[in-house]
Design a protein around this ligand. Structure first.
Ligand SMILES: [Zn+2]
Length: 312
């Protein structure tokens, strides 16, 4: 089954378009034609949408290139009708790295908007079709920046807030505060959607609310990633404590049996491991492999303790 098509690759990052993406230009073309605006105007609308998604792609490449600076690869970037997704191999828990990787996306759109703004200034804000096109593209990039900076997971703003808090607070506390802030934004957005009768807004609010909840749960349950290299600047005490705890955790070579299947799978992916041992009351009770965990998640057992899968 083909879900998405390869459209090329940049610096080893595969660029893909999900098939549902095609519905977007087709829908816009059909609605423009049916509203009687004429073929030229309909084609311009389609071209504008494609140009906007070009900017979304550059935004995702911004994240991916910033991640590469820290040796973090990106499996692929997929364009969907609702936006783009860059599948980073992992999100670093080092605040400065997360801050830079997350900010790089919106920064790309800021630069694009400034370029189009400069074109308007230099060329004079004429009323020709080309001027209008550039103006709308500039506006779209401003909206992309503002939307992405909403301080709620899974938007960039939520991660920026978390990384800023994590400079002073332990990672888990920073995530909890950022998630709560996101949920507060979601409630505000939901109420606005409800009273203004905008169903789409209500749906986005619900999505943001649950995304914040799951991001928080994942971080609180998930054993942390490998401790940073020695090049890492000195951390405050709380971080050092976490570092020691995580390190011991890792040397044990296993994960506690009470963790959910979902979080163990996420941890294995983070660590780039294929299997791990399961520890209960300080002793190894068995082993699980990544395919086993994936199969269990597909069967809807993601929330079940990993001890369920242990057969040894
Ligand atoms: Zn982004």
């Amino acid at each position: 089954m083909i879900n998405s098509w390869d459209i090329g690759s940049v610096r080893g990052i595969k660029l893909r378009v999900h098939w549902t993406f095609l519905l977007l230009p087709l829908g816009i073309f059909a609605s423009a034609i049916s509203s009687g605006t004429g073929l030229a105007s309909a084609l311009t609308s389609v071209l504008l949408v494609i140009a906007i998604f070009g900017c979304v792609l550059l935004h995702e490449l911004g994240h991916a290139f910033a991640a590469q600076q820290f040796g973090i690869g990106t499996r692929d970037i997929t364009l969907l009708p609702i936006g783009g997704v860059a599948a980073l191999e992992r999100i670093p828990r080092i605040p400065l790295q997360e801050l830079w990787i997350t900010s790089a996306g919106p920064l790309v759109n800021v630069v694009i908007a400034l370029i189009f703004f400069a074109i308007q200034i230099i060329g004079g804000s004429g009323s020709s079709a080309v001027d209008q096109f550039f103006y709308q593209l500039m506006l779209a990039n401003v909206i992309l920046v503002l939307f992405n900076l909403i301080p709620a997971f899974p938007m960039d703003g939520g991660r920026i807030l978390r990384s800023l808090l994590a400079f002073k607070l332990p990672y888990e506390t920073a995530t909890a505060i950022a998630a709560r802030t996101g949920q507060l934004c979601a409630v505000g957005l939901g109420l606005f959607g409800l009273f203004s009768g905008q169903l789409m807004m209500l749906l986005v609010a619900l999505f943001v609310y649950f995304a914040a909840h799951s991001e928080n749960r994942m971080v609180q349950q998930q054993p942390s990633s490998v401790p940073p290299s020695s090049a890492e600047p000195a951390q405050p005490n709380s971080h050092r404590f976490n570092w020691l705890r995580e390190n011991r955790f890792r040397n044990d070579g296993g994960v506690p049996s009470c963790l959910s299947i979902q979080s163990v799978a996420a941890w294995l992916t983070n660590q780039r491991l294929d299997h791990c041992q399961i520890i209960e009351s300080g002793r190894v009770i068995g082993e699980v492999t990544r395919p086993q965990l994936t199969a269990a998640i597909y069967r809807g057992l993601g929330g079940v303790p990993v001890s369920r899968l242990v057969t040894a």
